[in-house]
Design a protein around this ligand. Structure first.
Ligand SMILES: [Zn+2]
Length: 337
């Protein structure tokens, strides 16, 4: 069968590999849909491989139909529709350095545990919608780390799939005012669909001035004007994002970083100190997958469909991954006919 693997910096291949060979405690899932993640693009760019230089299998946002169930597996039956939790039994992560990847017609789930490695799906969800659970869980964990309340005014920097997911959860939580910040107008339009109340494009607008218009001013810190935003989410990772936030944040504002920074970022800690700015990070989704699964059926399907800007058959994987790199894309979904 075919499996997408990273071989070298800037180079992936759709390799021919053997079909999965399940043991008595394993399950094989026929993949129905798998989303392309920013981390997939990152791994290709960097040319990450497995220990020993073995090519790295890609694909970790997948849902499918259980095909084969080992004789010792309990609670999982062939034919059920499942989301595949990318966290594997041995601590590795499918498509993130593990031995398996879901950009393939079939994926082997070793030591499968019902409701943990494989989450059964309600009938109302399509497999493509269920594959959104992973990025939505990352966005939800980011939101949770910021502890917004209904009274909060928030700014989300970066409206790729994680930022869009965060906006969806913030809107669902009834957060008072959500501003989306991105240099792509197409992504800002997606952000409005997800529930952002206002948008800022830093290529055309001064972010601090616009946030002052939208969120009012905060108390001045050391004579410097601040904005009334309570929680900032850095889901963008731009060069100047963190320091511009630090310079405009009001006393006791909060900054959550989910963006991946490849280089160290010097931060003005005097500004951080005088603001008592709380800076925290959010990586992955330690507890959010069940919450996302519980919430998904009550999310307007039109919203989930809007979150997927492009969809390609696995046969067109090259076009799919090229599209995922364009700033007018949100989530790009790969489906398996
Ligand atoms: Zn992902």
């Amino acid at each position: 069968m075919k499996l997408v693997r990273v071989h070298a910096p800037g180079r992936y291949a759709i390799d021919e590999v053997p079909q999965p060979n399940p043991g008595p405690r394993d399950v094989v899932v026929r993949v129905g849909a798998c989303g392309i993640c920013g981390s997939d693009l990152h791994y290709v760019r960097q040319g990450y491989t497995r220990p020993g230089g073995e090519p790295l299998p890609l694909g970790h946002e997948a849902a499918g139909i259980v095909e084969t169930v080992g004789e010792d597996v309990r609670g999982i039956t062939p034919g059920i529709r499942v989301f595949i939790n990318p966290e594997c039994h041995d601590g590795t992560v499918m498509g993130n350095g593990g031995t398996e990847g879901a950009f393939a017609p079939r994926v082997l789930v070793r030591e499968a545990v019902a409701n943990k490695s494989l989450l059964p799906l309600p009938d109302s969800l399509t497999l493509a919608q269920a594959a959104l659970m992973e990025p939505l869980a990352v966005g939800l964990h980011g939101v949770n780390r910021g502890q917004p309340t209904a009274e909060s005014q928030v700014a989300v920097y970066g409206c790729g799939p994680i930022g869009l997911g965060a906006i969806l959860w913030l809107a669902r939580r009834g957060v008072r005012h959500i501003v989306a910040v991105d240099i792509s107008d197409a992504r800002l339009a997606f952000a409005r669909q997800m529930g952002a109340h206002a948008t800022i494009n830093p290529l055309r607008e001064n972010v601090a001035e616009r946030l002052t218009e939208l969120h009012g001013t905060g108390t001045a810190v050391m004579g410097q004007a601040t904005v009334g935003t309570n929680v900032f989410y850095d889901m963008a990772g731009g060069k100047d994002v963190i320091n511009s936030i630090v310079a405009m944040a009001q006393y006791h504002a909060r900054l959550v970083i989910t963006a991946v920074y490849l280089e160290p970022v010097p931060i003005n800690l005097t500004d951080v100190l005088m603001r008592e700015l709380e800076i925290t990070t959010a990586g992955g989704y330690p507890s959010e997958l069940p919450d996302v699964l519980a919430a998904l059926p009550s999310i307007d399907p039109a919203l989930l469909d809007a979150y997927v800007s492009h969809s390609f058959d696995f046969a067109d994987f090259d076009e799919a991954i090229a599209t995922a790199q364009r700033p007018d894309s949100a989530k790009v979904m790969v489906t398996f006919g």
